[in-house]
Ligand binder design. Structure first.
Ligand code: DMJ
Length: 536
């Protein structure tokens, strides 16, 4: 007699050929019989291989593993293909912004596009001057011509007005100097000399740390009414412009006053691993309100100008480089953290020894600056960090309902958080700031990775969707989380034309020689100034 199992085997094989279809019950039984015919070793082996295959399958499927680890998906950009029309679209955005300015705010500081009026800050045609070199770069010849005519006929600095030293240096002096370099037209150099000379009284202080405000008509200067302090970023982010003014005029006084500030700050006590406090006293030259360290408001461009002065001067001034490298190490040691659940790298703040996961949109200048440093021979890990922070800055846009970043975000750091980014009610505004698109421009120039252009394109689309005013101009908004009513603030900042649109244009331009980063260094208001000893 054949053992039972062998009979079954034959009958299954035979019967299987004719009765296979639809008889599920029979099929299950026959597989079970087959399974039982196997030896224990064979069964264990099959079980082991199946479990192994299951685990490998799960592990190689990223979506599933992410979910198992409790991660969410980060929003990513829609797949878009770069087209030359993007460049034209930025020019179109500029023309629209310019139309609003021309129709309702001509010759004044800033457009109020909703009320079709203007606001005055210094009364010096701030938007027009800030936008001059953007028009030149975008080849908007008609617009440039009419703006130049206004500068020639109307712009005078012989006015009894208080101006902020930093803001007028980066926007007006910087704008005029760069326009002179791009055009070769001495009208702009003469105006630059005039404003530069009129700003000099700011440096007549007991400590030689400049006051925040100057009356350019009277030649007097003073600190704000409530304090004798100046902001650290303000007194350390006027150097590129004053140094260039000295080089052009052959008058050493401009460079001397700003270099003195850098030397004093280099020696000061009160830094945290190269990170500086936010205020400095104009009487005794010491840091005040110590204990808060940030890469955001009131400190940001100190770090930017350390690197950029070193580049401007032909990479010879070692003290600037040392301070920059030390500060970046200080950032890594004290301010860098990862968010939960998605592990976004961000730059927080330290307040009296306590870490705070708060990051200003202003900090988004940092990816670009780090990338610029790496391009100039600084450590390659600066570029790695630049890329990580660039992703974070992009997420600050794409995670908002309007696709536009708020002014300030807070990152979640605790396991179990369901989202990486929180925004407080008071921080939901967007002022059309440039820092993220500025960094996208640098990252694209150095890596040629198209995702950076796609991200910039999305941001431009969202500016058009939520901030464009039909009668002309763009407006800051109050609430990036409400796409139905982002709540216009009725103000177009001059840096939207001076910086935001310029960096978007350069991001989409295929011509790397258009403001080559080996020949020019951008000041903190996006005005390109020549790198000395280069062949510009
Ligand atoms: C600009 O005036 C400059 O970029 C400055 O360094 C920071 N603030 C604005 C733009 O956000």
């Amino acid at each position: 007699m054949h053992p039972q199992s062998q009979q079954d085997y034959v009958s299954i094989s035979f019967a299987g050929q004719g009765c296979y279809n639809n008889n599920k019950k029979w099929r299950r039984q026959s597989w079970w019989r087959k399974w039982k015919q196997l030896s224990r070793l064979q069964r264990s082996l099959i079980l082991f291989i199946s479990v192994l295959l299951f685990i490998c399958g799960i592990a190689s499927y990223p979506t599933v593993t992410e979910q198992l680890r409790g991660k969410e998906h980060l929003p990513t950009h829609q797949e878009t293909t770069f087209s030359k029309d993007w460049l034209e679209e930025v020019r179109e955005a500029f023309r629209h912004a310019w139309k609003g300015y021309k129709d309702f705010a001509w010759g004044h500081d800033e457009l109020r596009p909703m009320s079709k009026s203007y606001s005055e800050w210094f009364g010096l045609g701030l938007t027009l001057i800030d936008a001059l070199d953007t028009m030149w770069i975008m080849e908007l010849k008609e617009e440039f011509k009419e703006a130049k005519a206004w500068v020639a006929a109307e712009l005078t600095f012989n006015k009894n007005v208080d101006v902020n030293l930093f803001e007028s240096t980066i926007r007006i002096l910087g704008g005029l100097l760069s326009t002179y370099h791009l055009t070769g037209d001495t009208l702009f150099l003469d105006k630059a000399k005039d404003i530069g000379f009129r700003l000099m009284p700011a440096f007549k202080t007991p400590s030689k740390i400049p006051y925040s405000d100057v009356n350019i008509g009277k030649g007097t200067a003073h600190p704000p009414r409530w304090t004798s302090d100046s902001t650290v970023a303000e007194v350390t982010s006027i150097q590129l412009e004053f140094r260039e003014l000295s080089r052009l005029t052959q008058e050493p006084q401009y460079e001397a006053v700003v270099t003195d500030v850098m030397k004093q700050i280099h020696k000061l006590e009160g830094k945290l691993d190269g990170l500086v406090p936010m205020f400095i006293n104009t009487n005794n030259g010491q840091f005040t309100h110590q204990g808060i360290y940030t890469l955001g408001a009131r400190a940001d461009s100190y770090y930017e100008y350390l690197l950029k002065q070193w580049i401007q001067g032909g990479k010879k001034e070692n003290q600037l480089l040392e301070d920059y490298l030390q500060a970046i190490e200080g950032v890594k040691k004290n301010l860098l953290q990862k968010s939960s659940p998605n592990g976004l790298t961000f730059v927080g703040e330290v307040s009296h020894g306590q870490f705070s996961p708060k990051m200003d949109h202003l900090v988004c200048f940092l990816p670009g600056t780090l990338a610029l440093g790496a391009h100039n021979g600084l450590p390659a890990d600066h570029m790695d960090l630049a890329k990580e922070l660039m992703e974070t800055c992009y997420q600050m846009y794409v995670q908002m309902e309007t696709g536009l970043s708020p002014e300030i975000v807070h990152f979640n750091m605790y396991q179990g958080s369901t989202r990486d980014i929180d925004v407080k009610l008071a921080d939901r505004h967007n002022l059309l700031r440039p820092e993220t698109v500025e960094s996208l421009f640098y990252l694209y120039r150095f890596t040629k990775d198209h995702k950076y252009r796609n991200w910039g394109w999305e941001i431009l689309q969202n500016f058009n969707k939520y901030t464009k005013v039909s009668s002309g101009g763009y407006t800051s908004i109050n609430n990036v989380r409400d796409p139905d009513y982002p709540s216009p603030r009725d103000k177009m900042e001059s840096f939207f034309l001076g910086e935001t649109l310029k960096y978007l244009y350069l991001l989409f331009s295929d011509n790397s020689n258009l403001i080559s980063l080996d020949k020019y260094v951008f000041n903190t208001e996006a005005h390109p100034l020549p790198i000395w000893l280069s062949t510009v």
